[in-house]
Design a protein around this ligand. Structure first.
Ligand code: AHR
Length: 507
């Protein structure tokens, strides 16, 4: 058994946690919208056609903000096709996913669904096949209360009050050659700046996200961020980054893939800060990791493109196992660790398509393995993040050098006098005895513990198996003074929640 020390001190805070880091993403892709959140013929549907069982799980998941309508789909989408009477909406080709978009679900349904699900909407404007005029029109439709064309059209469609969508993405993955209307950094930066300027002429207070790199391996990464920020620095609030991980035959390396996200976040911050210095700006750009998850991407690469134009085909409905849950829990630790700069993050996607929630026609929706680390972190990773130091045995990685076997972060919620310790043991074989020292606190009592692990790392929750992987809530940790001791099994994710008080005597 190996020993690990985790040390956090209430005097050393990283930042307040923005609850929007617990966001997600719904795209018109596969069965995320249709048969996912919207299935009017379902026995589980409400009067608007929304699946109530899915809404209940979205609430349990603790999602705060949801990005829509894409993704690659966005770059060929005309939002006007998805508003107005359902009987008049026409089907269109979706070039991104080679499917047929019925347009039965659109902007009004999404925004109504958000209010039912209790989440904030995060919308995106198409900068692939469309541009400034369309961006201004949809913004007028959703946000403006005036006697004007698009504002009146919203009222005519039964929505008197504007929705006041605050956060808007300026296109999606425009650096990717696969993107409809793909642009180089100069072209995209100029367009994004013009669109941002125009949108701000309607509402100065919008939060705008400029589209950064689609992943860290993009050949244009770095140059892309620098160029687009130089053109739009003062006009945007956040820069996005997208990142997906998969086990490509080395599970140990996959278990430490959050190191890649740590690097990616730091690099984007460094580039943004270099532009800030160059422009002599006082403003700091923050990050929106508005697509992140585990995705068995290589399984789908080189598949022939679908020749039929199907409605809501099954696309990338990955089944997640225990290892994936540990990785997702670890990626959340990385996001929390940079809560000084990461203000929005969206687990991609929400239902069916690489998703924590699965739904099948005629069956109640269920939770995939990755649902649990997300729901616990979203519920209890609140308040402030404390600087968390880890002294642990190392994993030797070809890509990243020596990496801690145990990763961890401590959050402290002053409002409820509680702290949450999130831990992952990334070893495939070794149990780790961890001692967590919380300095500057007293009267520490364990309230709750949740563990996700299984001797069969490949176990997942399918329609056939049911939810066989779920958190074990047994309390196996103990406290002595300021030290919490816990044993971490190989390939495991844990959360320990404690009540505590500030200790002024040792301050
Ligand atoms: O989430 C699936 C796809 O991944 C999105 O459409 C795209 O933005 C990304 O490449």
């Amino acid at each position: 058994m190996s020993q690990t020390k985790v040390i956090a001190d209430r005097h050393f805070e990283i930042a307040d946690i923005d609850p929007r880091i617990y966001g997600s993403f719904t795209e018109h892709m596969g069965r995320c919208i249709y048969e996912g959140i919207y299935e009017p013929d379902s026995e589980f549907a409400d009067e608007d056609g929304f699946r109530k069982d899915v809404i209940a799980l979205v609430k349990e998941l603790g999602v705060s903000i949801i990005r829509y309508p894409g993704g690659n789909f966005l770059s060929g989408y005309d939002w006007k096709d998805g508003v107005g009477p359902l009987s008049e909406r026409q089907a269109k080709l979706d070039l991104a996913w080679h499917s047929l978009e019925t347009n039965q679900f659109g902007t009004d349904q999404f925004l109504t669904w958000c209010s039912k699900a209790g989440v904030e909407p995060m919308m995106a404007v198409n900068l692939g096949s469309a541009g400034l005029p369309e961006a201004l029109e949809i913004l007028e439709y959703t946000n403006v209360d005036a006697d004007s064309k698009w504002s009146n059209y919203r009222v005519q469609n039964g929505h008197k009050d504007p929705y006041n969508v605050k956060v808007w993405c300026l296109g999606n993955e425009m650096d990717g050659p696969w993107q409809l209307g793909h642009k180089n950094a100069e072209e995209y930066g100029t367009l994004a700046a013009n669109v941002a300027r125009g949108m701000r002429q309607i509402d100065e207070s919008l939060e705008l996200v400029i589209a950064g790199s689609s992943n860290r391996q993009m050949p244009t990464f770095g140059h892309w961020e620098e160029t687009i920020l130089e053109k739009a620095y003062d006009l945007v609030n956040h820069i996005s980054l997208h990142t997906y991980y998969e086990d490509i035959g080395d599970t140990q390396e996959f278990l430490i893939c959050s190191t890649n996200l740590d690097y990616f976040i730091n690099e984007v911050c460094d580039i943004a800060d270099a532009v800030k210095a160059k422009l002599r700006s006082e403003k700091t750009i923050t990050l929106s990791i508005d697509e992140w998850n585990v995705w068995r991407l290589s399984k789908y690469q080189n598949l022939p493109r679908a020749t039929s134009w199907e409605t809501a085909p099954r696309i990338i409905e990955d089944e997640y196992d225990v290892v994936d849950a540990v990785v997702v829990g670890n990626l959340l630790i990385s996001i929390l660790r940079r809560s000084d700069r990461v203000k929005i993050a969206c687990l991609a996607q929400l239902v069916n398509v690489i998703a924590p929630i699965r739904a099948e026609v005629g069956h109640p929706a269920w939770r995939q393995t990755i649902f649990f680390p997300f729901s616990y972190t979203a519920r209890y990773g609140r308040g402030k993040v404390l600087t968390t130091r880890i002294d642990s045995m190392k994993i030797e990685s070809e890509k990243y050098g020596d990496v801690n076997t145990v990763d961890s972060i401590v959050t402290y919620d002053e409002a409820t006098n509680t702290a949450a310790i999130f831990l992952v043991n990334r070893s495939l074989t070794e149990t780790h005895l961890s001692e967590i020292y919380l300095a500057g606190f007293k009267d520490i009592t364990i309230l709750e513990q949740a563990t996700i692990t299984d001797s069969n790392f490949k176990k997942s929750n399918t329609l056939a198996t049911g939810e066989q992987v779920k958190p074990d809530k047994k309390i196996t940790s103990s406290v002595s003074g300021n030290t919490i001791s816990i044993s971490l099994s190989p390939v495991s994710w844990q959360m320990v929640r404690v009540s505590l008080k500030k200790d002024w005597t040792n301050s």
